[in-house]
Write a protein that binds this ligand. Structure first.
Ligand code: T3D
Length: 265
């Protein structure tokens, strides 16, 4: 087992979580999956955690599945559905459902499931030198960990199909221009900018953010009437939160709001 396949730095109201297998470009093995799950579960259970930043140690964000664990003899079969059920799919669901913003600071190459994990985050920042690679087709696989769901929604069908089938690398500037990510940032500024954003979220209206995430996720499958009903229900909940009252008072008093992030009664 690696010493610490996932590092956690606790900051004021947020965590920086670093994939830490740099010698393997932060490729995922079972130890790393288990470590990441524990970190995310702990963060979710801590009411003081109001934002999370994911990044990678060394020159990669993550190269996806560690292929050292997938080497077979010719003719030997390997069952991949099981690892998706056990590890990747719960990870993507967890990232999407965390009740606070999750930011990816993509510091280098994000390939295979490594790219899908970034796309599952709420906001993706990438260093100018970072690249996104749909590596799956290169080894005869299907984009997974939500890849076939995120790609067409982010960049449209034409680009999604070409990316998935060709497995070509997309640099961070193009990724921003295509809408695959939020922002491409100079390498030297990436972490500072990502932490500034996290710190901002960590003092924001966390409960309201969690409702925004729920509404946007639901809009992927809802028709307009259903979504309008959902917005009404979520807005009712948001309206009961102390942060809504504080936000309006602060606006009227022309001062900065002091949000607690809490849910209302
Ligand atoms: O299996 C299941 O459970 C199903 C789920 C699958 C999810 C997936 O993610 S499938 C896709 C798996 N990932 C890949 O296929 C990506 C493979 N890697 C690459 O295509 C390239 O390495 C990169 C595009 C990521 C980076 O290219 P480059 O030229 O910058 O670096 P490199 O020289 O290829 O790699 C550097 C080292 O990292 C090298 O090791 P070495 O020669 O220095 O000892 C390379 O073997 C290693 N490495 C890179 N990716 C992986 C890896 N080792 C294990 N697994 C990897 N995924």
């Amino acid at each position: 087992m690696d010493e610490t396949p996932v590092l956690v730095d606790k900051r004021a109201h947020y965590r920086v979580v670093t994939f830490n297998r740099p010698q393997r470009l932060n490729a995922f093995n079972e130890d790393m999956h288990r470590a990441l799950k524990a970190v995310l579960d702990e963060a979710e259970g801590d009411p003081d955690c109001r934002a999370l930043l994911l990044t990678g140690a060394g020159r990669a964000f993550s190269a996806g599945q560690d292929l050292n664990d997938r080497v077979t003899k010719p003719g030997e079969r390997i069952v991949l559905g099981g690892t998706l059920d056990q590890y990747y799919n719960p990870l993507i669901r967890k990232l999407r459902s965390l009740p606070f913003p999750v930011i990816a600071a993509v510091n280098g190459v994000a390939a295979g499931a490594g790219a899908s994990i970034a796309f599952a985050c709420d906001i993706v920042l990438a260093a100018k030198s970072a690249t996104f690679v749909q590596a799956f087709a290169r080894i005869g696989l299907v984009p997974d960990s939500g890849g076939t769901w995120f790609l067409p929604r982010l960049v449209g069908t034409a680009r999604a199909r070409a990316l998935a089938l060709l497995g070509e690398s997309v640099n961070a500037e193009k990724a921003e221009n295509w809408g695959l990510i939020w922002k491409c940032i100079a390498d030297t500024d990436l972490m500072a900018e990502a932490e500034t954003l996290c710190a901002r979220f960590a003092t924001g209206p966390t409960f309201g953010y969690s409702l925004i995430k729920r509404a946007l996720d639901a809009s992927e499958t809802n028709d307009l009437p259903t979504q309008l009903d959902l917005e009404r229900d979520l807005q009712r909940e948001a309206g009961f939160s102390p942060d809504y009252g504080e936000g309006v008072r602060a606006f009227m008093e022309k001062r900065a709001p002091n949000f607690t992030g809490k849910k209302g009664q």
